[in-house]
Structures are given as C-alpha cells and as structure tokens.
Design a binder for this molecule. Structure first.
Ligand SMILES: Cc1cc2nc3c(=O)[nH]c(=O)nc-3n(C[C@H](O)[C@H](O)[C@H](O)COP(=O)(O)O)c2cc1C
Length: 192
C-alpha cells in the first residue's frame, strides 16, 4: 500500500506579480525553501514570463500548457500575489481562470500576498482562500501577508519567516493526510 510522505509530495510556486523585484515572490521563494528544508521538491512558475495573449485565452502556448501541467502534477500549490485594488493581481486571476473547475482537488495550498497597507490583510481570507476553494484546493490555516515596510533591503522580517515555516509544516501535514486517505481503503470497504 503506497503511503505518501514529505519526500513524495511535490510543490509548485506560482508568482502573480509583474514586478522584477517582487516582494511577494521573495516570500514565495522562502516558502518553497521551507518546503525544500522538509524534503519537498518544487518548481516556480513566474506568470509574468508567460505570454499575455495565451494567459487571456486568445491562443495556446507550449509554455503556458507546461505551467498548467506542472500545477496539475503538484500536490502542494503555493501562490503569491501583490495586492492590487484590494485583491489579488489580474495576472493570478487569468491563470486561475484557465484551470479546470476541479483543477486543484486533493491539493494543499499556501496563500501569500504583500501589500502597501495592513488594511488589505484580509485578501488572504476573502481573496485567496475563496480563489483556491473554487478549484478544490484545501488552504493551510496559516496564510502569509506582508506589508512593504516588513522588508528591509528586500529581506522579510522574522515574523514573516516564522509564518512561512508554520505554513510549510501545515501544508506537509495536510498533504500527507490527504494522500494517505486517498490510498487507504476505509474500514467499511475492508469489512464488506
Ligand atoms: C496597481 C497597484 C495597485 C495597488 N493596490 C494596492 C491596494 O489596494 N492595497 C495595498 O495594500 N497595496 C496596494 N498596492 C501596493 C502593492 O500591493 C505592494 O507594493 C506589494 O508589496 C507589491 O508586491 P510585489 O513587489 O510582489 O509586486 C498596489 C500597487 C500597485 C502597483
């Protein structure tokens, strides 16, 4: 009977910032690093590097198809975004619009956002959690929201780093349980 552990989980990071020096991407990279520390390999997808007309659904693109396949293959999905107009970026939105309705079922998700103001911290709970839920993902209890002043010379403060490690641990616990439950027959099925 195959049971999944941290070494059989895989992660994909999705960066939804168009910025070359992105704070949200920095947190994403830290989160993938925290998962790697726990034995989970990952791939990072930079949505800004994908062709815009393909992201808008106007044409197919091998790079975009590869990105969607990478997400489909992963067991943990980490998405990061800047807050734009009080919610996640349009870049992240158009990518999620291309996922099938059940595209993230049985996957665990970590939500990351950065904003200029603490006033939009609830983008995690009212923006990203519903976005993940709309395609079937289960989001970790801990989300990560950083304000611009929490970075010094591009380095996030310790509080953000601590939250990233908590979220990474939660994602592995959830991912392991989801995939163990998927492969272990229930007692009812065994008895009948
Ligand atoms: C077009 C635009 C809209 C923004 N809207 C908000 C906003 O509504 N609330 C907020 O807190 N920050 C807002 N910001 C600030 C960014 O969210 C913030 O600087 C963020 O950390 C940038 O992330 P990045 O470096 O990953 O791109 C906005 C920035 C831009 C460029």
């Amino acid at each position: 009977m195959a049971l999944m552990n941290a070494t059989t989980l895989t992660a994909v990071g999705i960066s939804g910032s168009p910025s070359a020096r992105s704070k949200s991407r920095t947190l994403l990279e830290r989160a993938l690093g925290a998962l790697a520390d726990r034995g989970v390999a990952s791939v990072l997808i930079d949505l800004a590097a994908l062709p815009a007309d393909a992201l808008l659904g106007r044409r197919r693109s091998p790079d975009l198809d590869d990105a969607l396949a990478t997400v489909s293959d992963a067991t943990i999905v980490v998405a990061s975004t800047p807050v734009y107009r009080a919610t996640y970026s349009g870049l992240l939105k158009v990518f999620f619009d291309l996922l099938p309705p059940s595209g993230l079922v049985d996957k665990t998700a970590i939500a990351i956002a950065t904003g200029g103001s603490p006033a939009h911290e609830l983008v995690i709970d009212y923006g990203l959690r519903p976005l993940f839920a709309s395609v079937g993902a289960i989001t970790t209890p801990t989300g990560i929201y950083g304000i611009d002043s929490a970075f010094q010379n591009g380095v996030p403060n310790q509080s953000l780093i601590d939250r990233i490690h908590v979220a990474a641990s939660e994602a592995i616990t959830l991912g392991t349980r989801i995939h163990s439950a998927a492969v272990v027959p229930s007692p009812t099925l065994v008895e009948s």
